[in-house]
Design a protein around this ligand. Structure first.
Ligand code: GAL
Length: 633
């Protein structure tokens, strides 16, 4: 697969006589793709049913004629102001019941069927007009679902939609009462239309009620996306893409991904480090201008799977962003490193965000490839370097990873609903396992929770899975490698109740979680072989083999040759020890990497990345800070 670069561009922000010069410089830089239009609804349809397509026709023509391939975005993340006159109740409502107002973006409610119809309509109009345009080579639907916490909305549209969804799901109110255990606290309902959204209750609502609302809300994102996908497909054969975000678990990306050809994501490594990743003050300082060395890789691997083998980075940070608590500039070379890391993980295309820094509005302090005065910003030359390097090394495939990690959104909702310990977080747990695998130099495939075939992997990690799906259970029952399942796996039903028999119900393994405890940061459970469990510990019983113990003699891991259950949340040292021991047993090669160095093996090459702010040497190769090296395997 040939690798390409691109950029996000807003022709509506600039005088028209600048477009051709911009396009020429994009091509000269070595960019092949340009994404446009995803926020331009008010320019396409300035008043209801009054259209101005001419500027967009000319923009596509100018960019395309210069040699660029256009990704055309549907503008549904930014409905124009007039839309609110038509649908005053389309605005999202937060959990405190406050309406979220117009004046920024994503001011719509996924449950609002009137607005969903409008989204369908503008997607259809764009597809009719540009579906066979020779310069439009891909579509982006909407922009960053859930950005600014917009999956959940506690509106009247959501209330009606949720009641319908419940009626369809449970068929009878008695079935719902039984499934949720509404006998508890006399919560029984007589009718679906009595069921309100699970916010503003006196104390916590029934977790089954909350989980159902999370499932319903995720389904609305899927339906909203699908409505647009159907319209575009009727007029265009070009691939459909959504640009997901990092560390978002509020909707099921696997489900959205099934309706699209390509999964892309928006990679802001430095913004993420300060905003969304746990770590010590020392780590945050060490990676201040590089980002966390595993965050990008994790999302590349995740979205490669969500896109069923087709993944892009739709937005790549080029310089300081504007939205994190602090916004330092990247180390020189990082805009190149991040792109190569994406390619090594299977990205087809990396698009920088954005072409020129905007001199106005919310993102005026957000860097682009050009400064607001059109002078080059530092990342422009780095993008040009990557373009040149791609020409020399055009084909990079991802290769087969020896290890898999299963990641599940439904479990994330369950554990948000019922954390049991204040710092229990599904993403954090999965990412902790992933980081340990990457510290050992392993390439990792991320799998959906309904995967039915594990035979390609010598080792599988399945932390935090609320339930084990039937296909996964079948795959585990014949699995010949080693699967480490847990902690907190297969111990609930899909209604967020406790199963009978109690879990985990691992095929052929007699182990039961008899009791769970959450552990405050001030405490930990010490392990016999060194290291600790933190956050979470489960007391296991059963006749399965004990593979490791706590210092007080309780099982830390129990199971058989192939399926093992992990009783707690390992600290980093313990994860490292477990990964190395399991790899040795399963015949997977591990590496000792210096701090900040990561590797990725494809089927032909080994890539080495230096995320440290100082030079590093590994395996006879010296890398400068932000250095990238590749060698044939
Ligand atoms: C993304 C978004 C872009 C832009 C960018 C700034 O989340 O998709 O439109 O806002 O962040 O970093």
């Amino acid at each position: 697969m040939h690798r390409t670069l691109g950029v996000c561009y807003y022709p509506e922000h600039w005088p028209e006589d600048q477009w051709a010069r911009d396009a020429a410089l994009m091509v000269e830089t070595g960019l092949s793709w340009v994404r446009i239009a995803e926020f331009a609804w008010a320019r396409m349809e300035p008043a209801p049913d009054q259209f101005d397509w001419a500027w967009l026709d000319r923009a596509i023509e100018t960019l395309g004629a210069a040699g660029l391939q256009v990704v055309l975005g549907t503008p549904t993340a930014t409905p124009p102001r007039w839309m609110l006159d038509k649908y005053p109740d389309m605005l999202p409502v937060d959990a405190a019941g406050q309406v979220r107002k117009f004046g920024s973006r994503r001011h719509y409610d996924f449950s609002h069927l009137g607005y969903r119809g409008e989204a369908r309509r503008i997607a259809r109009l764009m597809a009719e007009r540009y579906g066979s345009n020779p310069y439009v080579h891909a579509w982006q639907i909407d922009n960053e679902y859930d950005c600014h916490d917009t999956t959940l909305s506690y509106s009247s549209a959501a209330t009606r939609g949720f009641q319908d969804w419940l009626a369809q799901t449970y068929q009878s109110i008695g079935a719902l009462n039984r499934a949720w255990g509404n006998v508890f606290w006399s919560m029984d309902y007589d009718d679906f239309d009595q069921i309100a959204l699970p916010n503003q209750t006196v104390t916590e609502p029934n977790p089954s009620h909350v989980l159902a609302f999370r499932q319903y809300s995720s389904d609305q994102v899927v339906a909203f996306n699908r409505a647009q996908a159907e319209e575009i497909r009727a007029y265009s054969a070009a691939p459909l893409i959504h640009n997901y975000m990092g560390r978002i678990t509020s909707f099921d990306h696997w489900a959205v991904g099934r309706d699209l050809e390509i999964a892309s994501w928006d990679s802001y490594p430095i913004g993420f480090l300060s905003d969304r990743i746990e770590g010590t003050a020392e780590e945050k300082q060490f990676y201040l201008r590089q980002g966390h060395p595993d965050n990008q890789a994790f999302h590349h691997d995740l979205y490669h799977a969500v896109g069923r083998g087709r993944m892009w980075v739709m937005e790549q940070q080029p310089g300081p962003v504007n939205w994190a608590p602090y916004n330092p500039a990247p180390l020189p070379g990082m805009a190149r490193l991040w792109a190569w890391e994406a390619f090594a993980h299977g990205a087809e295309t990396v698009c920088y965000f954005r072409w020129r820094q905007a001199p106005f509005a919310q993102e005026q302090n957000h860097a682009g490839l050009l400064r607001p005065d059109s002078q080059p910003a530092p990342a422009l030359a780095e993008a040009a370097t990557v373009a040149q390097e791609i020409a020399d090394l055009p084909a990079v495939d991802r290769g087969q990873a020896p290890v898999a990690l299963i990641f599940d959104y439904q479990s994330a909702w369950a554990w948000d609903t019922q954390p049991q310990g204040a710092d229990f977080d599904m993403f954090r747990l999965g990412f902790a396992a992933y980081r340990a695998l990457r510290r050992a130099g392993l390439s990792v495939d991320i799998l959906a929770p309904d995967c039915a075939d594990l035979s390609a992997y010598k080792l599988v990690f399945a932390p935090g899975l609320m339930t084990i799906s039937d296909p996964l259970r079948a795959a585990l029952s014949t699995y010949k490698g080693i699967a480490l399942i847990g902690p907190r796996s297969d111990t609930k039903t899909d209604q967020l109740t406790i199963p009978s028999p109690m879990g985990p119900n691992l095929p052929g393994v007699d182990v039961t979680v008899a009791l769970t405890e959450s552990i405050p940061p001030s405490d930990a459970i010490a392990l016999e072989e060194g290291g600790q469990f933190r956050h979470w510990f489960e007391h296991l019983e059963g006749s399965a083999t004990v593979f490791g113990k706590t210092v007080s003699g309780q099982p830390a891991v129990m199971g058989g040759d192939h399926l093992r259950y992990l009783a707690g949340w390992p600290d980093d040292a313990t994860f490292d020890r477990l990964v190395r021991a399991l790899c040795a047993e399963a015949g997977v090669m591990t590496y000792d990497l210096p701090q900040g160095v990561r590797i990725k093996e494809t089927s032909t090459h080994r890539f080495i990345f230096n995320y440290a702010p100082e030079p590093r040497e590994w395996n006879g190769v010296t890398l400068a800070p932000a250095g990238v090296h590749w060698e044939e395997l």
